[in-house]
Design a binder for this molecule. Structure first.
Ligand code: ATP
Ligand code: MG
Length: 139
């Protein structure tokens, strides 16, 4: 299935603001099928491990703090060209630069509280999906 799945999280800001249902609806209307989904409150160790790739970036500690500030919804989504099409659907990392109608344009307030995560490559989609879901949950 390489190339056909992406991994997403609805982040604590969006869950806390009551946007979970609207955002899941946007995933489906955007042509994505839900292959796995769970509601979870990450520990600092879990969020730190997930974002280990950003460990040296100045915003790493704030990112881990924010991602553990409340529950999230993690999901594996399927569609042709899933990674690229999903990043188009969610818009730019900074919601101020996100195109009109994108999920971050509609539901995000700031670059840290930016409503959703989307994988940045097919390889990372597989790694991130495996971080949250066992094989039996994904297939
Ligand atoms: P995500 O991985 O969450 O889908 P992204 O791929 O668009 O977002 P990354 O560069 O992977 O962006 O950064 C991961 C997350 O770190 C961003 O979603 C954002 O919340 C936070 N972040 C990125 N750059 C900054 C920054 N300059 N200041 C504060 N937070 C940032
Ligand atoms: Mg990223």
């Amino acid at each position: 299935m390489a190339g056909n799945i992406t991994f997403t999280m609805i982040k604590p800001d969006a869950v806390g603001n009551g946007y979970t249902g609207k955002i899941i609806n946007d995933f489906i209307e955007g042509g994505f099928s839900i292959r796995a989904m769970k509601y979870i409150h990450l520990t600092k160790d879990q969020a730190g491990a997930f974002y280990a790739v950003h460990k040296e970036r100045p915003f790493y500690n704030d990112l881990v703090e924010f991602m553990t500030s409340g529950p999230i919804v993690a999901a594996v989504l399927e569609k042709d060209n899933a990674v690229t099409d999903f990043r188009t659907l969610i818009g730019a990392t900074n919601p101020a630069e996100a195109a009109e109608g994108t999920i971050r344009n509609k539901y995000a307030k700031s670059i840290d509280a930016n409503a959703v995560h989307g994988s940045d490559s097919d390889e990372n989609a597989q790694i991130e999906a495996s971080f949250f879901f066992s094989a039996i949950e994904r297939f």
